[in-house]
Design a protein around this ligand. Structure first.
Ligand SMILES: Cc1cc2nc3c(=O)[nH]c(=O)nc-3n(C[C@H](O)[C@H](O)[C@H](O)COP(=O)(O)OP(=O)(O)OC[C@H]3O[C@@H](n4cnc5c(N)ncnc54)[C@H](O)[C@@H]3O)c2cc1C
Length: 466
């Protein structure tokens, strides 16, 4: 395809946000180009974030499953793998995803321009080529979907060969016997599961007083317990004073006076929006201190012809939401207004081992708001399907209003939690009387299934009413 220099819309960044926008716009008949600074499409999501971490986690959880299954694990044999081994599995998934996504642009005749984009005038961008030269493109409108990158504090030397962030960890060359993970957010906890699952001694430094404090307390406690039980050392309420790289490892000096030593550190504490290279002044825009852009409900920035979606606009900073935002911004551009908006209760899927997923309110939120709620629980160990699969760690909890029986929150811990949650979400999203916990006792579930947990939890909860 020959690329002309003027487009109806230029999308910058080919992650989920950019892809959603570019597809929506080309399908609406607009002449669209997408600019990507890396050599292939897919964004941080495909190359450094969601896809590799989930592929690594999957490989590790299969190894754990094998090693815990007496059918496979005879005569004290056990499967062992290293981070570099399982990385090759992740790479095959990344390649498949990249090819798939490249096909979307080809089929929809969306111009794909490789190089780093920066604004040079209000409707003009320069795209830097690998030889340092610039190509110039113009458009009526722009969508910024440049994503985010790991936050790197100035006083940590990320050039040291044993100091990694969540991008560079994917180039880990040696196989550590001991790792420190600094930052116990979703990314830190997921990588703690991966390394510990590989048998690596794992220390998790949490700057807060509990793990993933946005979760329902019981779920966060369950994760802490399972980490503790699998040997992860959690240090809550700690902040580093400095990180010292040594010849063969790192020493983390904590403000509390403690010191921790390991073969390497994964620093996973915060992210920054990728706006610093965009020369936003040329289009009269400014990002905030975290590199993020403000948008209105149509994903339009303060400058009328410039829109933004995905991690670069901050919360919820999820691939799932970025795809939707991309589709919505395409509607906003083509129709003047988006037809749809992000749902209020965005589900969280946390791919720790065990997995976590929730949607809606937590018990602590409902208690603070003085909502008279009741709890229905189901423990995986009582489900036939979980027993068959040897996946009996976990539970499902449904929070519902005592009087109206409206479902207010669902919290799932255990294998396939991120899939299981969507059954409950589908009912929760129904309006009015269709959203009640009674749905789960009035329907017939396949047997044996994990979905049955909903019936068990619903009966358990309804039995508590008086
Ligand atoms: C380790 C990890 C695990 C994660 N796990 C999950 C998960 O399980 N589920 C989930 O929903 N989310 C997850 N996320 C978050 C998810 O990856 C992001 O929310 C998502 O990638 C954001 O999409 P985006 O389109 O905004 O940006 P990105 O996917 O980051 O894509 C942005 C693209 O813009 C390009 N770009 C940047 N600047 C320029 C420029 N000047 N010119 C041209 N191109 C440019 C970049 O090269 C990149 O390709 C995870 C993130 C990480 C780091």
């Amino acid at each position: 395809m020959t690329v002309s220099n003027h487009f109806d819309v230029i999308v910058i960044g080919s992650g989920p946000g950019g892809e959603g926008a570019a597809m929506g716009l080309t399908k609406a008949g607009l002449n669209v180009a997408i600019i990507e600074k890396e050599s292939s499409v897919g964004g941080g999501c495909t190359h450094w974030g969601t896809i590799p971490s989930k592929a690594l986690r999957h490989a590790v959880s299969r190894i754990i499953e094998f090693n815990n299954n007496p059918l496979f694990c005879k005569n004290n044999t056990s499967l062992h793998s290293t981070f570099s081994n399982i990385l090759s599995h992740a790479k095959t998934v990344i390649d498949k995803q990249t090819r798939l996504r490249q096909g979307f642009y080809d089929r929809n005749e969306c111009a794909l321009i490789f190089g780093s984009a920066r604004f040079i005038e209000s409707n003009k961008v320069a795209v830097m080529q690998s030889d340092g030269s610039d190509e110039i493109y113009t458009a009526d409108k722009f969508v910024i979907a440049t994503g985010s990158r790991p936050y790197r504090p100035d006083n940590v030397d990320f050039n040291h060969e044993r100091i990694y962030d969540s991008d560079s960890i994917l180039s880990l060359k040696h196989d550590p016997r001991h790792i420190i993970i600094y930052g116990a957010g979703v990314i830190g906890c997921e990588y703690a599961s991966i390394f510990r699952g590989l048998g690596v001694k794992t220390d998790l430094i949490n700057t807060r007083d509990r793990l993933l404090s946005f979760l329902d307390n019981e779920v966060s406690d369950a994760l802490s317990y399972h980490f503790w039980n699998s040997g992860v050392v959690i240090r809550n309420d700690e902040t580093y004073e400095h990180v010292e790289g040594t010849e063969d490892g790192v020493i983390v000096h904590l403000q509390s006076g403690k010191k921790m030593k390991a073969d390497c550190i994964l620093y996973a504490n915060g992210r920054t929006g990728n706006t610093d290279k965009l020369n936003l002044e040329a289009v009269s825009l400014a990002a905030d201190s975290r590199g993020q852009l403000k948008v209105n409900s149509n994903y339009q920035t303060e400058v009328e012809h410039v829109y933004a979606v995905g991690d670069v606009i901050g919360y919820p900073s999820l691939a799932s939401a970025a795809y939707d935002q991309g589709r919505f911004v395409a509607q906003a551009i083509t129709k003047g207004q988006a037809d749809n908006y992000l749902i209020e209760d965005i589900p969280t899927g946390i791919y720790t081992i065990p997995e976590i997923s929730s949607v809606g309110k937590t018990e602590q939120e409902l208690t603070a708001a003085k909502v008279p709620y009741e709890v229905g629980r189901s423990s995986f160990k009582h489900l036939a399907r979980a027993q068959i699969a040897g996946k009996d760690i976990g539970s499902l909890k449904i929070l519902f209003h005592r009087e109206t029986k409206e479902i207010l929150g669902i919290h799932c811990f255990g294998e396939r939690a991120a899939e299981i949650i969507h059954i409950g979400q589908a009912i929760m999203e129904q309006k009015g009387e269709a959203n009640t916990i009674e749905y789960f006792v009035n329907t017939t579930f396949n047997y044996p299934t994990m979905a049955e947990a909903y019936r068990v939890a619903a009966l358990n909860g309804l039995n508590r009413l008086f």
